[in-house]
Design a protein around this ligand. Structure first.
Ligand code: 13P
Length: 250
């Protein structure tokens, strides 16, 4: 069975002074049952990977360009992230879809680049509040899923993160039934499309206001294989109990 995954997305937070969080996290979890991934800003990936070397903590990026190299000022490629020591890349986060107009097709091209660089693609999908209130959640999530995932997705190279936009950074969390419904739908549709092994094996993370106080309850929901954590990944005191809660389920 694939290991559960506790992934921290630092977003646009952190400087060199914050890198000691990685060593402290590794010291608190020397042999975690789950995988632990920290995705710092691109400026810190290589130094974070040096900090994490020899520990169970892995380092990831938060975005990449679909191409390997070229005239794209300000961008970085999946190959460059791999070179810096990353093992995974978050793609299609709702903040990138909103801030940078990323479409499903853009995200899919980026995900293909990530797989080509032998990294794990963590593809984010999730509905807005308007879409949920209009009863369109499952349709939106499915459209994003098949629009954004690479055709070569497998249990080994791809992770799906369900992050309802309205739950990100708001302290609002869907009910357990709402999370269960979406995750079960994603699981079924992955199986229909990619076959049984990918359907059961692709890890499905929940993301959006995961905190030490709600992590255990969220991890107990069927088809939740871990979490993509924003704000609470910035403090070891908050992220560590989330890892322990996931270890309890692993
Ligand atoms: P918060 O945990 O801060 O709500 O952010 C979730 C998220 O967007 C992770 O990618």
């Amino acid at each position: 069975m694939t290991r559960k995954l506790a992934a921290g997305n630092w977003k646009m937070n952190g400087t060199a002074a914050d890198l000691d969080r990685i060593a402290r996290l590794a010291a608190a979890h020397p042999e975690p049952a789950c995988e632990v991934l920290i995705c710092p800003p691109a400026t810190l990936v290589s130094r974070a990977a040096e900090q994490a070397a020899g520990t169970p903590v892995k380092i990831g990026g938060q975005d990449c360009h679909p191409e390997t190299s070229g005239a794209h000022t300000g961008d970085h490629s999946a190959v460059m992230l791999a070179d810096a020591g990353a093992t995974a890349v978050i793609l299609g986060h709702s903040e990138r879809r909103a801030d940078h107009g990323e479409t499903n097709l853009t995200v899919q091209r980026k995900a293909e680049a990530v797989l080509a660089a032998d990294l794990t693609a963590i593809v984010c999908i999730g509905e807005t509040l308007d879409q949920r209130e209009a009863g369109r959640t499952l349709d939106i999530v499915e459209e994003q899923l098949f629009g954004s995932l690479p055709e070569a997705a497998t249990a080994e190279n791809t992770v799906v993160a369900y992050e309802p936009v309205w739950a990100i950074g708001t302290g609002k969390v869907p009910t357990n039934d709402q999370i269960a419904e979406v995750h079960s739908h994603i699981r079924t549709r992955l199986g229909d499309h990619y076959g049984a092994a990918a359907g059961t094996g692709i890890r499905l993370l929940y993301g959006g206001s995961v905190k030490p106080g709600n992590a255990g309850e969220i991890f107990a929901i069927d088809n939740v294989d871990g979490a993509l954590v924003g704000g609470a990944s910035l403090r070891v005191e908050d992220f560590s109990p989330i890892i322990s809660a996931l270890d309890g389920k692993a």
